[in-house]
Each structure stands twice: as C-alpha cells, then as structure tokens.
Design a protein around this ligand. Sequence first.
Ligand SMILES: C[S@@+](CC[C@H](N)C(=O)[O-])C[C@H]1O[C@@H](n2cnc3c(N)ncnc32)[C@H](O)[C@@H]1O
Length: 227
Amino acid sequence: MRQALEQEKLRAVYDRVARRYDFQHSMLTARSDQRGRRLLVDKAVTADDEVLDCGAGTGSTGLLAARKAGASGKVMLLDISEAMLAVAKDRARRARLLDRLEFQTGDMLDLPFADNSFDVVLSTYSLCPVYDPAIGARELFRVTRPGGRIGIAHSAEPTGPWVKWLADRVENVVWRIPSLSLGCRSVVILPTLEQLGCKLIFEQRIGVPLWPFLVFVVEKPDGIHTN
Ligand SMILES: C[S@@+](CC[C@H](N)C(=O)[O-])C[C@H]1O[C@@H](n2cnc3c(N)ncnc32)[C@H](O)[C@@H]1O
C-alpha cells in the first residue's frame, strides 16, 4: 500500500478540487463510482434508518441514502473538507433533501460520535486516501449499533499480473499529481471488520480492470456493545 498524503495536504487537495470533483471522479472511474454508491445504499440502507456517511464528500452517497431512508430517516454527512461539504449542501438544497440531512466537519479516524450511534455507517471511496484505513474501519465499527450495517466501497488491487503491472505504472505517474490522484490508493478493509466479528452479507467487485472497486456490506454482531 502506498504511503498516504499528509492529512493537511489531503484536506487542501479536496478543498481545491471540490467544485470539479464529481466530474473528475466519475471520468477517472469510467462512471463505475456511481454504480458502487447505488449498490451499497441499495444493500445497506432501509426505511427510517439513521445513517452516517463518512468522508461524504459532495454528498453523492448521502443523497441516495436520504432518499432510501425516507422522511423519517436521517443522514449525517461527515468530511474533513468544508469545501466538499459546501457542494454537498448545495446539492441537497437543490434536491429538496436538506431536512433529512445533517453536515459535520470532522475526522473519520477519530469520529465525534458516541459508540453504537447509527443503524448504518457508509464509506464510499473515503478510506482510500486516509493514512491508516484499519483505524478508519474500527471507528466505523465503533459508532455502528449492534446488528447495524457497515457498507464500504474502496479501490482494490487489480487481478492478473499484467493488469497489475500496468496499473502500477499508471499509478506511479498519477501519484505525483495529488489533484489528479486525490490521494487515493487501493486498500484492504474487510479482514479488519471480520476480525471484529462482523458477518459479510454482500460483496461485489465492480469497475474497470485497471481500477477495480470492492463494494461490501457487513453486519455488526448483535450483543456487542463498544461502550
Ligand atoms: C475520494 S473522496 C470520496 C467522497 C464521497 N464519499 C464519494 O463517494 O464521492 C474522499 C473523501 O474523503 C474525505 N476525507 C479524507 N480523509 C478524511 C478524514 N480523515 N476524515 C473525514 N473525511 C476524509 C475527503 O475530503 C473526500 O471528500
């Protein structure tokens, strides 16, 4: 795994790209990013859920979750970048979903929420740039209620030696331009959650061969209280 960008630098990158982020991310992922968000919300969120979207960015996943959770659900969008959240707020206003959403600036490696607070906790592509994805996974687990669901989409290693070789070469170049790479690299998350006792209820690889994504949903065991 590549070493992550330093957190302040990462925040500055996202503050800078916020207004063009949706276009850029969708282009670079051949639009498979939105497929991952849809799959995740479809499998993890149900009506009336209280949802936390970590590293929510411009709100693409949060807005989908707010629609699925319905008028009596609630979705909290958390991100370190105020500029990304400002775009999310504009989108929520235009979609008339502001009353179902809350926005908070914060660090997903040290979440400002009590243990067992949410029915569902989501992260779409936001564990890819953090310096220690395993700490992030444990924080997501901590704030999910027992029996609740954790849904994650992240970049994964391509399969096949030639594709891997090519992806590595391309990444070597892209990695030198943080406003292009967005600090994202492939990570491994599921084993951390399985070690904590989570049960896998959905898993799918999607995306283009050079930049595949793993999308999965796990259930936090009932009876485990983290406080
Ligand atoms: C690749 S974007 C994903 C955004 C959104 N979830 C999506 O589906 O498009 C990564 C997001 O994670 C946020 N982020 C990075 N490190 C973070 C941290 N430590 N805590 C909270 N958010 C973070 C960035 O500001 C950015 O909005």
